[in-house]
Design a binder for this molecule. Structure first.
Ligand code: UGA
Length: 466
């Protein structure tokens, strides 16, 4: 099919490349001339595993191109951003309106327009008149950064929010079924519903995921003051099929361009609708998330003897999550920035996100070499779950630092199934989520015992300090 994808940010670029891979003739459209130029040469401009290869393949096939203006097409996907407004909690949908304005001069009346951007409930219904008879579907996207290609090509489900008019709905559904023909043939569930339900599915999904994380972070705090181990707690909870094992990882809370702004957009919309009490729990979810970051800052200051001035602190991680260079609302960078504000000499290292740190946090010192970043540190904070950090050799790391004290913000080094989970517990004992219980596999326990005897002085030093 002939398709335009309007807005070549994260979602649009991945979506355009994937649709071309599925065999469609796709044009990615963006008003940013430099971006269009870059994409035309196969450079996404951000880090996403598998995307450069996919772009190269799709461009090479001749089925994918990029331009600054829309062209006549059968289907137009709207994939523009809906960031939080600067003066409130609501989502800014002005880019969605601008995207529609841009297609009206070229889109024929039988074209189908498919909104994928995350919008407040009620937005799609408000756009119908503007489209002057062209069919509108609202089909939210559920891809995760770091897994965007796989999530787009093999989604858990396809959601179609269809117009009320049965004939228009049928035409729109047929067009989308054609776009996703291969996925439907592979039995990807497809759910049809009205606009409001489709918009709410996305908002509900992100609100629920955020709630799960904040819930686990409250459990982490309870574990810390009661001698519990939140990793084991999550494992036990996750074995209950009604709860499930995913998104139960406690840590420094959620960040990124989606979860934080989406729960705030739900609150804003509910307030406009006069039902703000109904979603008031989301204020708590947001507050717990902020509290999770505050706790890491407080703990770091405590370990620096409440005298952070001039002390060398190394922050492992800058992106909001691993396998991404996205630093939007990154918990790791907020913590790093706050410690810098308190006078600590903060060095940030990250496998992919340092360019963004230079641009947005030019006052923070960055170091791409992990060894150099760790050398002489008085405190290390592991704040993004990159594999590069979970694979750090404990003894080599301890040898580099000035003082062996580490806050593991995600219990990455304390998880029982890590390939190198051999960190002396005292080094990490200020990590998030409570004590590590000694029900570890025998091999693990034996190595810990060896480390105790190999490094008695360090062990005693740590024991005395804690
Ligand atoms: C999120 C949703 O997971 C996607 O389904 C959705 O499509 C996307 O937002 C969107 O709205 O566009 P994403 O922002 O890429 O995807 O990241 P997640 O994998 O959801 O992680 C969000 C944050 O939660 C990260 O900071 C991560 O470290 C944190 N997290 C995740 C936890 O703290 N604990 C967990 O157990 C899982």
């Amino acid at each position: 099919m002939k398709i335009n994808v309007i807005g070549c940010g994260y979602l649009g670029t991945v979506h355009a490349a994937c649709l071309a891979t599925l065999g469609h003739e796709v044009m990615g459209v963006d008003t940013d001339v430099a971006k269009v130029e870059r994409l035309s040469h196969g450079d996404p401009g951000f880090f996403e595993p598998g995307l450069p290869e996919l772009l190269a393949q799709a461009l090479g096939s001749g089925r994918l191109s990029f331009a600054t203006e829309p062209t006549p097409a059968e289907v137009y996907f709207l994939t523009v951003g809906t960031p939080q407004v600067t003066d409130g909690l609501a989502a800014d949908v002005s880019f969605v309106h601008a995207a529609i304005d841009s297609i009206l001069p070229v889109a024929s009346l039988d074209a189908v327009v498919v909104g994928k951007s995350t919008v407040p409930v009620g937005t799609a219904a408000g756009l119908v008149d503007k489209l002057g008879g062209r069919a509108l579907v609202w089909s939210p996207e559920f891809l995760r950064e770091g897994f965007a290609v796989a999530d787009t090509l093999h989604p858990d489900r396809l959601v179609y929010g269809l117009p009320d008019d049965p004939a228009t709905a049928c035409r729109a559904q047929n067009a989308l079924d054609q776009v996703y023909e291969s996925m439907l043939a592979a039995d990807v569930p497809r759910l049809t519903m009205n606009y409001a339900t489709a918009e709410l599915v996305k908002m509900a999904a992100n609100s629920f995921l955020a709630t799960k994380i904040s819930f686990m972070n409250t459990m982490a705090e309870l574990c810390e003051c009661t001698g519990g181990d939140v990793t084991l707690l999550a494992e036990a909870l996750g074995l209950d099929a009604r709860i499930g094992p995913l998104f139960l990882r406690a840590g420094i809370g959620f960040g990124g361009g989606c979860l934080p702004k989406d729960i705030r957009a739900v609150i804003a919309r509910a307030t406009e609708l006069g039902v703000d009490d109904t979603v008031s729990f989301l204020h708590h979810v947001d507050a717990i998330n902020q509290h999770s970051r505050d706790r890491v800052v407080d703990r770091a200051l405590q370990l620096l003897g409440d005298e952070p001035e001039g002390k060398k602190v190394t922050v492992l991680g800058a992106s909001f999550k691993p396998n991404s260079d996205d630093i939007r609302d990154s918990p790791a960078l907020e913590v790093a920035d706050r410690l810098h504000d308190q006078g600590a000499e903060v060095t940030v290292t990250d496998p992919q996100a340092l360019f963004g740190v230079h641009r947005s946090f030019p006052h923070l010192h960055t170091e791409s070499d992990i060894t150099a970043a760790l050398t002489g540190a008085e405190l290390v904070l592991l704040l993004t779950e990159w594999q590069e950090f979970s694979h750090l050799d404990p003894q080599a790391t301890i040898d580099l630092v000035e003082r062996p004290q580490l806050i593991d913000g995600h219990r990455l080094l304390l998880r029982r199934n890590q390939p190198t989970p051999l960190w002396p517990p005292q080094v990490c004992s200020n990590s998030i989520g409570g004590h590590v219980q000694p029900n570890l596999p025998l091999g693990f326990r034996r190595v810990l015992e060896m480390q105790r005897t190999d490094e008695p002085q360090m062990y005693i030093d740590n024991a005395l300090r804690l």
